[in-house]
Design a protein around this ligand. Structure first.
Ligand code: Z5A
Length: 220
C-alpha cells in the first residue's frame, strides 16, 4: 500500500491511478476541475491527462477519431485507434507518473471503450478484454469515478455546446447503451468504482466527490 492508498492491482507502481468517466453532459470537465483543486489543496503530487489523447501523438489520433467526415469509420477501426492512443499514453505518460509515485487523474480510460465501442457499437466484450490485457498488462485504475445521469438530462446539458464531434452525433439509443455499459462495468467491479449521481446540482455533485476522495485517497 502506497502513501496515496492504491490497491494491489498495480503492484509495480507506487502512484494512484484515478479515472473519471461518464456519458454526454455528465459534467466530467467541471468535476475534474474540482478534483484538481481538491488535490492541490492537499499538496498531492498529480498529473492531469485525458483519453483519447494525453501525448502529442495520441492527441493526433484523437483528432482523427473525433473529426466528423464523409467516410464512415468502421467500428473496429475506432476501437483499435482508441487502444493505439492508449498504448502511447500508458507508456509515455501514465506509467512514468505512477512509477514516480504521482497520482494520475485521467479524463476517461478503458471503461470508455467498454461503454462506447462495446455497449454502444456492439463490439465483442471478449475482444475488448483481450485488447485491455494486451495493451495494459496488469495496469488498471485504482479508482474510477462514474458520473451517472439519465441520458436525456445529459444530452440537454450538452446541447448548448455548439458543433458536435463525430461520436456526439450518435442517436439517443446509442447513449442509452453507453450508460448501461458503464453501469454494467461498475456492477462487475464495485471495489474499483464510485458512482456519483451527476443529475444533482453542481454543488451536491462536488460534495459527493469530496466524500469519495476523502475515503479513497490517503491525504496525510
Ligand atoms: N471515447 C470512446 O468512444 N472510447 C474511448 O475509449 C474513449 C473515449 C477514451 C471524447 O471524450 C469522446 O471520446 C467521447 C467518448 C469517446 N465522445 N462522446 N460522445 P471527451 O471526454 O473528451 O468528451 P465529452 O464526453 O464531450 O466530455 P466533457 O467535455 O468533459 O463533457 P461533459 O462531461 O459534458 O462535462 P462538462 O463540459 O463539465 O459539462 C457539460 C455542461 O453541463 C456544461 O455546460 C456544464 O456547465 C454543465 N454542468 C456540469 N455539471 C452540471 C450539473 N451538476 N448541473 C447542471 N449543469 C451541469
Amino acid at each position: 500500500m502506497s502513501d496515496l492508498g492504491h490497491n494491489s492491482a498495480n503492484a509495480d507502481y507506487p502512484g494512484f491511478f484515478l479515472t473519471v468517466e461518464g456519458g454526454e453532459g455528465a459534467g466530467k470537465t467541471t468535476s475534474i476541475e474540482f478534483i484538481s483543486t481538491w488535490l492541490k489543496e492537499r499538496n498531492i503530487d498529480f498529473i492531469q491527462t485525458r483519453e483519447p489523447g494525453g501525448t502529442p501523438f495520441a492527441e493526433r489520433i484523437r483528432e482523427l477519431l473525433l473529426a466528423p467526415g464523409d467516410e464512415k469509420v468502421a467500428d473496429m477501426t475506432e476501437l483499435l485507434l482508441m487502444f493505439a492512443a492508449r498504448a502511447q499514453h500508458i507508456e509515455s505518460v501514465i506509467k512514468p507518473a505512477l512509477a514516480a509515485g504521482k497520482l494520475v487523474l485521467s479524463d476517461r480510460f478503458t471503461d470508455a471503450s467498454f461503454a462506447y465501442q462495446g455497449a454502444g457499437r456492439g463490439l465483442s466484450l471478449k475482444a475488448l478484454s483481450t485488447l485491455e490485457s494486451l495493451v495494459q498488462g496488469e495496469l488498471r485504475p485504482d479508482m474510477t469515478l462514474l458520473l451517472d445521469l439519465p441520458v436525456e438530462v445529459g444530452m440537454a446539458r450538452a446541447s448548448g455546446r455548439g458543433e458536435l464531434d463525430r461520436i456526439e452525433q450518435e442517436k439517443t439509443d446509442f447513449f442509452v447503451r453507453v450508460r448501461q455499459g458503464y453501469l454494467a462495468r461498475a456492477d462487475d467491479e464495485p471495489q474499483r468504482f464510485e458512482i456519483v449521481d451527476a443529475s444533482q446540482s453542481i454543488e451536491n455533485v462536488q460534495v459527493a466527490i469530496a466524500e469519495v476522495l476523502g475515503k479513497r485517497v490517503n491525504h496525510g
